[in-house]
Design a protein around this ligand. Structure first.
Ligand SMILES: Nc1ncnc2c1ncn2[C@@H]1O[C@H](COP(=O)(O)OP(=O)(O)OP(=O)(O)O)[C@@H](O)[C@H]1O
Ligand SMILES: [Mg+2]
Length: 265
């Protein structure tokens, strides 16, 4: 099967007056249609830079990105029709405080010229799917941080993207809320069949949700390993207590090279 997204020999240098920062070097990744893949790795290894290049917000220094068979690079731009296939969710929801939740969700539809009944219905479906219909008409300062984050997740999907890039979407949340949203996210993924690229520092949430995990390293950013996550049973929070789950986490932590501060002292 052709990959939905393919990244080949991707490199990125940032130039400042004094130095060149080699942010990424020869990164190769593939994402199959409908696959849920996480990217983990230390701060500065270039995770966010990769998805900013997929969105064509910044240009790669070398290499190519191919979406649905269309290839773009340093010189060639991604067509607008392809940008609409992509959705983004960031660490902070950044909702506009003067707009109600529902108006915030309509905003991307207005920007994309998609404010039609199909998509307005879709907003209602998403609100219902996440039990948030009742907050639709209230303002962001009246909802909790966890709820605001869920709205941020939904906002990335109102235009029915085929691919969703999530950059540490639950990084600012407490464990309990995060776990709840992890399960909600899995549910949404199953219902929509989107291809999801999920960036996180939390190895446990990567193992819980992903079919595959790319482990990156920094200086320069590159892919160190790729770990396939396979469970016979349905994904659930209980899975986190199984030996297999813990083994996956340990394997990935080791690949990242995390230092246990207890060992240092
Ligand atoms: N606009 C920029 N100008 C200069 N350097 C940049 C720019 N954007 C990113 N970098 C550098 O590129 C490298 C990769 O940054 P990036 O933000 O992609 O890392 P990351 O893996 O997402 O890190 P984190 O986990 O902290 O979010 C870092 O060294 C960063 O300082
Ligand atoms: Mg980042």
């Amino acid at each position: 099967m052709e990959p939905k997204i393919k990244i080949e020999h991707l490199g990125k240098n940032f130039f400042s007056r004094r130095q060149t920062i080699k942010a990424l070097d020869d990164v190769n990744m593939e994402f199959a249609p409908g696959e849920f893949v996480s990217i983990v790795g230390p701060s500065g290894c270039g995770k966010s830079t990769i998805i900013r290049m997929i969105d064509d917000l910044i240009k790669p220094t070398s290499g190519t990105i191919t979406i649905d068979g269309f290839t773009y690079d340093n010189k060639k731009e991604i067509p607008q029709s392809f940008i609409k296939k992509l959705g983004f969710v960031f660490q902070l929801p950044n909702l506009y405080p003067w707009l109600t939740v529902r108006q915030n969700l309509y905003l991307p539809l207005k920007v994309y010229g998609m404010m039609d009944s199909e998509h307005v219905h879709h907003v209602e479906d998403l609100l219902e799917m996440t039990n948030l219909t009742e907050v639709g008409n209230i303002y962001p300062n009246q909802i909790s941080g966890g709820t605001a984050q869920r709205i941020g997740v939904i906002r990335g999907m109102v235009h029915k993207p085929e691919m969703l890039m999530m950059d540490e979407p639950f990084g600012a949340l407490d464990d309990e809320t995060r776990e709840k949203l992890n399960m909600e996210m899995l549910n949404i993924w199953k219902q929509t069949g989107m291809t999801i690229i999920f960036i996180t520092h939390n190895v446990s949430e990567a193992v819980l949700m992903s079919q595959r995990v790319y482990v990156m390293q920094a200086n320069p950013g590159h892919v160190k390993a790729e770990v396939k996550i396979e469970f016979d049973e349905e994904r659930s929070l209980e899975l986190q207590h199984t030996k297999k789950f813990i083994n996956y986490c340990n394997q990935i932590e080791e690949l990242i090279g995390k230092v246990d501060l207890n060992d240092v002292v």
